[in-house]
Design a binder for this molecule. Sequence first.
Ligand SMILES: C[S@@+](CC[C@H](N)C(=O)[O-])C[C@H]1O[C@@H](n2cnc3c(N)ncnc32)[C@H](O)[C@@H]1O
Length: 352
Amino acid sequence: MSEEINFPANEALATLLRPAFGFIDAMALKCVVKLGIPDIIHSHGRPISLTQIATQLESNSPGHRCLARVMHVMSRRGIFASTSSLENEILYDLTPSSRLILKDSSNNPSYAPIILMLNDPELLAPLHYLSFTVTDGGVAFEKAHNCSIWEYLAEKEDVNKIFHDGLACTAKIAFRVIATEYKDVFASVQSVVDVGGGTGTTAHEIVKAHPHIKAINFDLPHVIAIAPKYDGVTHVVGDMFKAIPNGDVVILKSILHDWDDDDCVKILKNCRKAVPEKTGKIIIFEQLVQQEGEGPIDDIVYASDLLMIAHTGGGKERTEAQCETLLKIAGFPRYRFIGNPGLPSIIEAYVE
Ligand SMILES: C[S@@+](CC[C@H](N)C(=O)[O-])C[C@H]1O[C@@H](n2cnc3c(N)ncnc32)[C@H](O)[C@@H]1O
C-alpha cells in the first residue's frame, strides 16, 4: 500500500512561495516602468486595450502576448485596474499606485527612478550574500563587488547615475511636502548645507521654495561631478567625516541609515560644529521604524533595513528613540519630531 502524501495546504504553500517569487513582481514592475506603460494609459485618457498599448509601443505580436501576461500580474498586484470591454477585450486603467510612476511633472514627482534604482542588477547583487553577513559578519556589498558601495559608485558611472537619480526623486517628493506643509521650517534660515546631498535635488528644491536661502550641496567628488548646476546652490566636494561647511541649518537626508551608531555620532558631531553655537539646527529625514509598526509602510521600512545591511553593513533603519540617543551623544540635547509625510519622517534637532 502506498503511503499517503500530505501536500501543504495551498495557503501554506503560497505563503512560502510568494516571497520566493517576489523577484517576478519586482521585475514586472521594472518592465512596465521601462516601457512607460503608465504614461501610455494616462495619455490615452481612458481605459486602454492591450492592442492599443502595443500600438503605442510599436510592439509586434509576440511581444504583445508577453505584455498581456506582465499586465495581468501587475493588475493582480493593484498596479493597474482591469475591466472588460463590451467586446470582451481587457481594458487597463491606472490606479493610485501607477499614478505615482507617471513621468515627472511639477506637481507630481515620479517614483519611477527609485524603482529602477532598487531593481538595478548590480545594486541587487549583494542581497544574495545576506546569509554570509550572518555567518561571517562581513559586508554583503563588499562580498559581491570587492569594494564599498561608495567606492563602487565612484567607479561605475552608469550605476552612480541610476543610484542618484533614484534618490533625487525621493528628495523631490519629500521637499514638495516640506514646501507646502512645513513652510515654517525654513522661515528664518539664511543658509543650508545638505550633507551627502547627492546631486543637489534637495538643495535645489529648498532654494526654489525659499529663494532667499543660499544652499550648499556637499558630497563626494564622483557625485558632485554629475550634479547639475542650480541657481542658488553651490556644490562643494568633501568628506563629512572630516569637516562640513558652515550653515544655519544642516540637512541629513537618508544619511544616518547608511552608517553604524559610532559613525553616525561622528557625522552628527561634525554637523554640530558646522551650525551656529546657539541657534543652529539640523534637519534629519529618515524612514523610522515604528514601535508597533504593522502597517503597509512599516513593511517597506523593514525591507529597507535589510537593504541597508546588504549595501552598507553597519547601516540600519532606526526608531525615533534610537535617533534621539545618537543626537544627545553628539550634542543635540533637544529635538522636535516634525512629521511623517510619506516614507521619510522629519526630525529637527537643536544645539540648545
Ligand atoms: C543614500 S545617499 C543620500 C543622498 C541624498 N541625501 C538623498 O537623500 O537624495 C548617501 C549620500 O551620502 C554620500 N556620502 C557617502 N559618504 C560620504 C562622505 N564621507 N562625505 C560626504 N558624503 C558622503 C553619498 O555619496 C550619497 O550621495
